[in-house]
Ligand binder design. Sequence first.
Ligand SMILES: *Cc1c(COP(=O)(O)O)cnc(C)c1O
Length: 391
Amino acid sequence: MIYLDNAATTKTAPEVVEAMLPYFTENYGNPSTIYSLGSTSKQAINKARQTIADSLGAKAEEIYFTAGGSESDNWAIKAAAEAYESKGRHIITSKIEHHAVLHTCQYLEKRGYEVTYLNVDRNGIVDLEELKAAIRPDTILISIMFANNEIGTIEPIKEIGAVAKEHGILFHTDAVQAFGQVPINVDEMHIDMLSSSAHKLNGPKGIGFLYIRKGVKIRSFVHGGAQERSRRAGTENVPGIVGFGAAVERAMRTMEERTKKEIELRDYLIHRLETEIDHCWLNGDRTRRLPNNVNFSFLFVEGESMLIMLDMKGICASSGSACTSGSLDPSHVLLAIGLKHEEAHGSLRLTLSAENTREEMDFVVDNIKAIVKRLRSMSPLYEDYLKTGKL
Ligand SMILES: *Cc1c(COP(=O)(O)O)cnc(C)c1O
C-alpha cells in the first residue's frame, strides 16, 4: 500500500503509541484526584501542555485540550461570538475554510450574526486589501486558516494578524494542517486563538487543543467540572493528551529534516505529472505551499473514478476533502480559486509523508498516467476535443 492521504489523517508514530500505553494500563488515575495515581496523570498532562505551549511560543495556561480540530474551531468561533456580542455581530472568514469553520459561521448567520466570506486568488491566497475593506466597527472576529487542507496554500498569517491587531479585532486561525509542518509563533503572528488536532501530525485521533491568548474573553464550551480551567469540563483524555504531547515533541524535533524530504518528493511528483501528462495543472501556490501537498486537475477525467482505480493499485489518495467525498458537490475550495465544475471534479489530492520514497512516486506517476489515458479513452468530451481541437 502507498499512503498519500496524510491531509485526511496520519499514521500514529510508534514512539507516540509507546508514550500513551502506560496511561491505559498502570497510570489510569483520574487527574482530578489527590492520591499519587491521579497526580501521575496530572503531571503527564502538565508536561504535554508545556511541550505544546513551548512549540508555539505560548504559555501552558493558554492551551485548552479538546476532542479535535472540529471542536476547537466550533469553540473558538461560537464562544467568541457570544462573548463579544455587545461589541458587534460581524465575523470575517474566507471562502476556503474547512467545514468546521464554514458550517459554524453559517450556524451563527441563522442566529443573527453577519459573516463576510473573503475571496481568494487563483492560488488560494486571501487578499489583505479585501480584508481591510471588509472590517467594520462591529467586526468582532477574523478567522482565517493557516494552511488549506485541499490545495496546501499557506495564508499570510502574520500580515492578517497585524491587521486584526491594529483594529482591535480577535484573530483565530485553523492551524490543523500547518501545525507541525511550518514554524508558528503566536506572538510574532498576532494570533489570539489557534486550533489544532493531533491526528494530523502523527498523534492519536480524537484529541486537539485550542490556544486562547490570555485576556481573551471566551465562554466555556462544556459545562461541568473544573477541568481545563473550568472552560472545557470532562475527565481529561489522558492517553490522548500524552500522545499529543509526544507527537508535538516529535514533530518539532524532526520538522526541518522531515519537511525537506517531503518538499523534494512533492516537487519531484509535481514535475513528473506536469511534464508527462497533458491537459492537467497544479492547484494552489507553488511556493507558499505545505511541504507535503500536491493537488492536480486533469481535464476529461472524473476524480472519483481515479480514486477507485488508484485504490485497485494500492494507492490511497483523495479527490478533495474527506468530508465531502461521497457527495457529488465539487470542492468549495476549488470553485473559490476559480475552477469550473468539471475542472474541480477532475481533481486529485496527494498528501505525502517523509516515509514515502522516490520509487513510490514513480509507481504513482506511472499509474496515474495509465489511469488518465484509460479514463480519457472512455470520455465523450475527450473524443469531441480530439475531433474539434476545442477545449
Ligand atoms: C482535519 C481538519 C479539521 C478537523 O479536525 P478533526 O480533528 O478531524 O476534527 C479542521 N480543519 C482542517 C484544516 C483540517 O484539515
